[in-house]
Design a binder for this molecule. Structure first.
Ligand code: ACO
Length: 312
């Protein structure tokens, strides 16, 4: 019977049909999805912090309204993704525990500090730009709930990316000091943005199997290349320099050649020793603990009204 179910699963994946929560799936497929979707959800939630730091000191009411909306969107993305993970049979409370105990990862990028308001623009342009590059193909990932969450998330990420680019365009029209601030932010975020796509294909233990299962659509290196090709003309138009002396158009390949990110730094950040890892997780843990009374009250309320039609 297992063989028949496996054959059915393989046929669906090969035909680009979606696997739905009630369908049979190999245990490894389920585990890989829980890992990736949870990591993705955690990234959205932790990702609220570097930009959230600037809400109180946004330079104008307009910038504050945009930033507030953007950070709220990230919370929403986290919730869609936790909901997608729950369809795989794992509880969101359990995933949060794994995050605050450091047992599950989130994207390396959010362990870097946001030092000036230009960072808000650069996070939108480069970090959300990289996220879109990675996530648009995931709209076709083989697990239905994850694919559908991605469709909504990508629409919002496109807005985020444009608001970042617009902010930077405005700053580049400003003073010398503002232009220098933008360049400094680009210098700090460029390499970490390239690291978002994960280790080089040769050092990526999960890629091959995830491609076979239709969980991943492209390899890490293919997406990184796509991001570089998409971003270089945008940098030119903006008037900033990307901090890579090896960056050059390659006539033969029809792509940009570029330098190698510092993979030792990547390893350090992923294993918890990045510039802001401890602070990000501590803050998430504190917010979770402070929210305990809300969860308790909601649970008590639901229990009390379980069997009644009463409306409050
Ligand atoms: N930050 C932290 N950990 C990473 C990163 C990263 N940038 N890239 C890879 N890793 C981890 C993987 O999770 C994996 O760890 P694990 O096996 O212990 O779980 C390990 O490094 C090896 O990497 P891969 O074998 O390449 O892992 P995978 O096939 O999962 O590919 C990738 C990594 C590309 C990030 C994939 O999981 C993915 O596409 N995820 C969905 C997108 C996502 O999570 N985006 C979050 C940031 S964007 C945003 O939130 C705005």
């Amino acid at each position: 019977a297992d063989q028949a179910r496996q054959a059915d699963f393989d046929a669906k994946v090969a035909a680009n049909q979606r696997i739905e929560p009630r369908d049979w799936m190999p245990e490894g497929y389920r585990k890989t999805l829980v890992r990736q979707v949870a990591q993705h959800a955690h990234s959205e939630i932790i990702g609220m912090q570097p930009e959230g730091d600037w809400i109180a000191s946004a330079p104008s009411l307009r910038r504050k309204a945009i930033l507030l909306a953007k950070v709220q969107d990230e919370a929403g993305h986290g919730l869609y993704l936790y909901a997608a993970a729950e369809t795989l049979g794992i509880d969101r409370a359990e995933l949060t525990e794994r995050l605050i105990e450091g047992r599950q990862k989130y994207s390396s990028i959010f362990n870097y500090p946001s030092l000036t308001y230009a960072d808000v623009g650069v996070i939108g342009w480069l970090v959300d730009g990289a996220a879109i590059c990675n996530q648009v193909p995931l709209c076709r990932t083989s697990f239905g709930p994850y694919a559908r969450a991605m469709v909504r998330i990508c629409k919002e990420e496109s807005f985020h990316q444009r608001q970042g680019y617009e902010l930077l365009m405005r700053m580049m029209e400003g003073t010398e000091g503002q232009r220098a601030m933008v360049q400094d932010a680009v210098d700090r975020w460029w390499w970490p943005s390239l690291m978002m796509f994960g280790p080089p294909d040769a050092d990526s233990p999960n890629t091959q199997q995830s491609l076979e299962w239709g969980i991943k659509i492209d390899t890490n290196d293919a997406l990184r290349q796509k991001f570089v090709d998409m971003t270089v003309p945008q940098a030119d138009k903006l008037g900033v320099t990307l901090p890579d002396s090896e960056l050059a158009w390659n006539e033969q390949s029809g792509q940009y050649d570029f330098g190698e990110p510092d993979w030792n730094e990547f390893k350090q950040v992923v294993t918890g020793s990045g510039p802001r890892n401890a602070e990000r997780v501590a803050r998430r843990r504190a917010a979770h603990e402070k929210g305990a009374w809300v969860r308790e009250a909601a649970t008590a309320y639901a229990k009390k009204h379980q069997n009644s039609q009463e409306v409050a």
